[in-house]
Ligand binder design. Structure first.
Ligand code: SF4
Length: 314
């Protein structure tokens, strides 16, 4: 199915997905990929579907969704593979423009060293680039790139793209236990992101069954530390750790709201106290959430933080 959704996305609101790549053709074979191991590794761009057929499928879906009285915030290229492998990506973006909806692309960025790929991505309103590691050996272990790809060229291509891009640029860094969550490694990622200057840098963890059974997310302490390391150098850092459903909600329920906020970023103790005071609640709310295993308390640089407990199995 070329067009699917819309699905709720914390980053993009209600996002109608565009699957412009057949499963699973990619330039990477990430150890955490929720689509499993890559069936066809390739780096050559080519046409997969007729652009007119892609446009028609999306237009039909948009009409149906609108007829049902629903809203679409973004049309998002988020296929079962790497979207920039599609040689028609730029053309398709132009075809979709008259629908009057923002266009987003979630890419691993591995082909961004190519001028034609940068030009295609420039046409989108919102672009997310994958930055799991800036060290060659770590990148090889986690993203398992096609043999002809070079990390230095990719990172240079990202910087060049960011300089000229007028849309909203986001990055996503997936944390995998034992691979890229060390302080040195993340410090270098943070340095790179500081140069790139994304509007938002997202930190995520594998929450769905990964391609390799041994892949584990780091524990909450490590995720909090990663957040702090990135936040020291990058302005807007957020978690993407699998709570898309209620992250927008303001329920008026102090427990739910506290869990929603701490699912996006850890809160300092003083911020939690301030929040409770405004909500007319007391500290036992926090103690109750901790006792029920929904919230955890941890320390970083002598400051106490609170974070929603992750609900994955280890
Ligand atoms: S880049 Fe995306 S689609 Fe490709 S292997 Fe990695 S996670 Fe899967």
């Amino acid at each position: 199915m070329i067009a699917f959704g819309p699905i709720p996305s914390r980053r993009l609101g209600r996002s109608l997905g565009i699957n412009n790549i057949p499963p699973k053709v990619c330039t990477y074979s990430c150890v955490y990929c929720q689509l499993g191991r890559t069936i066809r590794m390739q780096v050559e761009r080519r046409a997969f579907y007729e652009p007119d057929a892609t446009f028609q499928a999306v237009q039909d879906k948009v009409e149906k969704v609108r007829a049902a009285g629903e809203v679409i915030d973004y049309l998002t290229f988020v296929p079962d593979g790497e979207p920039t492998l599609d040689a028609n990506l730029g053309h398709e973006t132009e075809l979709l423009r008259p629908l009057g909806i923002g266009i987003a692309v979630i890419t691993n960025g591995s082909l961004i060293w190519r001028k034609d790929v940068r030009e295609d991505l420039m046409r989108a309103d919102w672009v997310s680039l994958k930055v799991d590691a800036t060290r060659e050996e770590v990148w090889h272990k986690i993203d398992r790139p096609h043999g002809t790809l070079r990390l230095a060229s990719i990172l240079d291509g990202m910087l060049e793209f960011a300089q000229g891009y007028e849309g909203e640029l986001a990055t996503e860094t997936m944390l995998v236990e034992g691979l890229n969550e060390g302080e040195d490694c993340l410090g270098e990622v943070a340095d790179f992101l500081a140069r790139l200057g994304p509007a938002r840098a997202y930190l995520s963890i594998p929450t769905r069954p990964p391609a390799e059974g041994w892949v584990r997310p780091p524990d909450e302490e490590t995720i909090n530390r990663a957040y702090q390391i990135l936040s020291e150098r990058v302005r807007h850092v957020e978690y993407l750790i699998g709570y898309e459903g209620n992250a927008f909600a303001f329920t008026g329920d102090v427990e739910e709201d506290l869990l929603s906020i701490t699912a996006v970023h850890p809160m300092r103790e003083e911020a939690v106290r301030d929040f409770l005071a405004r909500a007319g609640a007391d500290w036992p709310v926090v103690q109750g959430l901790i006792a029920r295993g929904q919230l955890i308390e941890m320390e970083y640089a002598g400051i106490k933080f609170y974070m929603r407990k992750l609900n994955y199995r280890r």
